[in-house]
Design a protein around this ligand. Sequence first.
Ligand SMILES: Nc1ncnc2c1ncn2[C@@H]1O[C@H](COP(=O)(O)OP(=O)(O)OP(=O)(O)O)[C@@H](O)[C@H]1O
Ligand SMILES: [Mg+2]
Length: 380
Amino acid sequence: MTDMKEMIRLSSIKKNYGDVKIIKDLNFTVYEGEFLTMLGPSGCGKTTTLRMIAGFEEPTSGEIMLNEKPVSNLPPYKRKINTVFQNYALFPHLTVAQNVGFGLKMAGVPKVKRGPQVEKMLKLVQLEGYGNRKLDQLSGGQKQRIAIARALINHPQVLLLDEPLSALDLKLRKQMQLELKRLQRKLGITFVYVTHDQEEALMMSDRIAVMNKGHLEQIADPRTLYEQPKTCFVANFIGESNIFYGKVSEITKTDTKVTIENGYLTLQSDKPVFEKQIVNIVIRPEKVKFSTTEVPGFHIPATVAEHYYAGNVNKSVLRLPNGMALKMTSAGDQKLPEIGKSGFVYWELADAILIKTTSDDVFKAVDNPDFSMVNQMGGD
Ligand SMILES: Nc1ncnc2c1ncn2[C@@H]1O[C@H](COP(=O)(O)OP(=O)(O)OP(=O)(O)O)[C@@H](O)[C@H]1O
Ligand SMILES: [Mg+2]
């Protein structure tokens, strides 16, 4: 992306509310025309970051650049940024057309000129002819589209969207995801989008910034995040994961052996690790396989514990000797091993994702109920 123009740059951004450090040293760049999503759990600082970009909040320290110029002293209305808020923030006493045309009116555009532009915007969001309606005559999805039309009418360089679809039902949300993405491509406007829905983020974004407790865990395109998560947090937050905690016990020319509580795992020899290193190994459930006979390189016995039918896929739980529950996903039409059956788990060596860890991570992992399948190793 280095040949692309920088639209927004956050450098060493910190934000405190009183003594509480809400944002801790945030650094990232958004490029022109990019669809960047900030993804993270509730309270991790997504809205706070968006509000700083828009200018509604000042960072405690650090610098925000817009178009390669610092914006610290620029009030929100002077930044070529519009925001679509989670609750739409439409004016209930105005008509649809008055809502959409509001930004132009504020900018002093005469009424005769506003009309055609409002119509054009309504067409863009597929609400042609709705101009005279009152807001309470609209559905949630329609209101959402009005909010987007209103934010787009004065051609912002950047549109900030804070969980714009969270109030909609699943079907409408899916439809609006596609519409928004189409709109963004068509207009070429830079989008900074906030959601805590990982599927939505994967579908819509050019890149995703995964945030956790006020810091950036990883920023990358959706496929890289899924296939090469850098932290256990990312591995768990994006898709489902099985996470093993182990210690590198042997490195040979052909492979690397990691001892885990349930036996050992083999890794491809290209992994940059050293002996005795503590590591996490992530296996996605769709990569896990079950065999009634032992597979070379794998020595992890397992018993089939549960199956759940989820339409296009089957979700199974395999129980390992220490009680660890291993998630396995298989195609919905595939024949499943019987409950109670004993065998072994395995996967393609290349499917094991290595995550380097520190002992601090280990304790976090053990304390986190989402990581209940992670087992701390005994011994030294
Ligand atoms: N004005 C404020 N004063 C004090 N604390 C605040 C203020 N605004 C936000 N916070 C705190 O900052 C943290 C981050 O809030 P923020 O709204 O940015 O989270 P978020 O990632 O948008 O979460 P959500 O997904 O729930 O919207 C929270 O712990 C919140 O309580
Ligand atoms: Mg928020």
